[in-house]
Design a protein around this ligand. Structure first.
Ligand SMILES: [Zn+2]
Length: 502
């Protein structure tokens, strides 16, 4: 109880609402000077469909949860803590020559009834034209205190804060302010990023006399959310994103709660608030709800999800894929997690590189950038579909055979080591290291010999980190010898050689 008392003191000192957590269900016993409202929170949602083999996630299930909450109170507000335009396998499907790039996600969230979003770093994976189209398509609002376009103007549908008034039948109301903020880890020329914590501080100062409750809708690393809780006591609750595993911590002098749900809507947070309009006291019961097959699909949202899956799959079929087809049945799990494939050789990385050797036919070695593997997951032993391969390498591209001088090859292989921890770490076949010496197919690399190297087309564009010299069009010591099939087709063949056909 002392804790609640100290929170009441905070109300007097700051003139702002304080938060106490309660476990009782107060909805049936509310005195008529209180207003209740519910916030449904998601963050970091890349897939519109369920994940983990259909066991968890799925926006049609989230829509059902929202409909159930609306049965309790009309004051339901649905928020998204950023990272949902990209990356996803569906988003790479080409329709009428254009990749979807999050169009499917915006359409589904519009139908679901999302009210408010803030930017995640992955929204800026899109180029400016696609990003602006997604903003135009959004029927929900956006909030950000620290992001503008390059000229300093707010993007369309975006405000620094959003004030929402929730009322009840007795004429009571509460003014809830949402402030958004995003980390600047993905700088793009069309975006200007102000300091996130400074911007948030200024915006909450402005809102302090103008709202009853202030909620941070943040896309920051947890350590920065903790700093925000400590440095901005007038923020009542932080609903965050960026981390992919759920978080519930309390920080700062008034124990500001920080909540993050699991990525891909594997869970959602349900925050039930009660605000006492006389005392200014705020009570909050927060529930992390797993999104599983126990929750039926909302039929309207499920129909929109299916429509976009069909559109995307038609795009994949046009590119020569049969997404639903089982390619093989593996007897070992294949590791495509970013934490491994960007740091050391993995069985999946070696399998893909070996597939390039076979596709090329007469190459001495194969290399590709670990960053072209995007699945960030382990493919469990069992059936692998063509769609799984699309998830592994959504950007595709051709296998190439390149003639390359040994000295240039050595420089690239060493840069691959320097790139450890990033997408520029190289996965290889027929390449080993003996002390400081690179070995190609068991023999010391000869700087003057010309090797035949199998690779993916992105790696020889010169765009990889620290590898601007590795450009087949500009480097006279590199020559394109042959262009082969798509990297995923090559990998399917290798899977079938290794694990058999279905
Ligand atoms: Zn993020």
């Amino acid at each position: 109880m002392r804790w609640i008392l100290s929170l009441t003191l905070a109300v007097l000192l700051t003139g702002c609402a304080s938060v106490s957590t309660t476990v009782e269900d107060v909805s049936n016993t509310l005195p008529d000077h209180t207003v209740s409202f519910t916030i449904l929170q998601m963050n970091d949602v890349y897939e519109i469909t369920p994940v983990e083999g259909g066991r968890t996630g799925g926006l049609a299930r989230v829509a059902t949860i929202r409909q159930q909450l609306l049965q309790e109170t009309p004051n339901v507000y649905t928020v998204m803590g950023g990272d949902f335009f990209s990356p996803s396998a569906l988003g790479t499907a080409r329709v009428d020559g254009e990749r979807l790039r999050g169009k499917q996600m915006v359409a589904v969230l519009n139908t679901l009834g999302l009210d408010l979003a803030t930017f995640g770093n992955h929204e800026f994976d899109l180029d400016e034209e696609d990003f602006l189209m997604r903003m135009e398509e959004s029927e929900f609002d956006w909030v950000s205190t620290n992001i503008t376009d390059a000229s300093g103007t707010m993007f369309t549908n975006t405000e620094p804060h959003r004030l929402v008034t929730f009322s009840d039948d007795h004429g009571n109301s509460v003014r809830v302010a949402f402030v958004g903020v995003t980390l600047d880890s993905n700088p793009k020329e069309y975006v200007q990023y102000a300091n996130p914590i400074r911007s948030l501080y200024d915006e909450t100062e402005y809102l302090s006399g103008r709202s009853d409750v202030i909620i941070g809708l943040t896309h920051l690393a947890l350590e920065d959310d903790i700093r925000v809780a400590a440095e901005i006591p007038s923020l009542d609750v932080i609903m965050g994103g960026h981390e992919h595993e759920n978080v519930e911590v309390y920080r700062g002098s008034d124990f500001t709660p920080i909540y993050k749900a699991d990525a891909n809507a594997r869970s959602v947070y349900i925050h039930r608030f009660t605000y006492d309009t006389r005392s200014g006291e705020l009570a909050l019961t927060s529930e992390l709800m797993p999104v599983t097959g126990a929750i039926p699909d909302d039929p309207e949202v499920a129909a929109v999800v299916q429509e976009w899956v069909d559109i995307a799959f038609a795009g994949f079929i046009e590119q020569g894929f049969d997404p639903g087809a089982v390619v093989t049945t593996t007897t070992e799990a294949l590791d495509g997690r970013e934490s491994t494939i960007r740091n050391r050789e993995t069985n999946l990385g070696a399998l893909i590189a070996t597939s390039f050797l076979a596709e090329s036919g007469d190459a001495d070695l194969a290399v590709f950038n670990g960053g072209s593997v995007r699945i960030d997951d382990v493919l469990p032993a069992g059936d692998v579909s063509q769609y799984d391969l699309i998830r592994v390498m959504p950007f595709g591209g051709s296998v190439l055979t390149i003639g390359i001088k040994g000295s240039v090859l050595a420089q690239a292989l060493s840069q691959g080591i320097a790139n450890r921890g990033t997408g520029g770490y190289l996965q290889t076949a027929n390449v080993t290291r003996d002390g400081d010496t690179w070995m190609i197919d068991g023999e010391a690399l000869d700087p003057n010999r010309t090797y035949r190297m199998a690779t993916n087309d992105f790696l020889v564009t010169g765009l990889e980190t620290g590898m601007d010299f590795f450009n087949v069009e500009e480097n006279p010591d590199m020559e394109l010898l042959a262009t082969h099939r798509d990297v995923r087709m090559a990998t399917i063949d290798e899977l079938q050689r290794r694990f058999g056909r279905p």
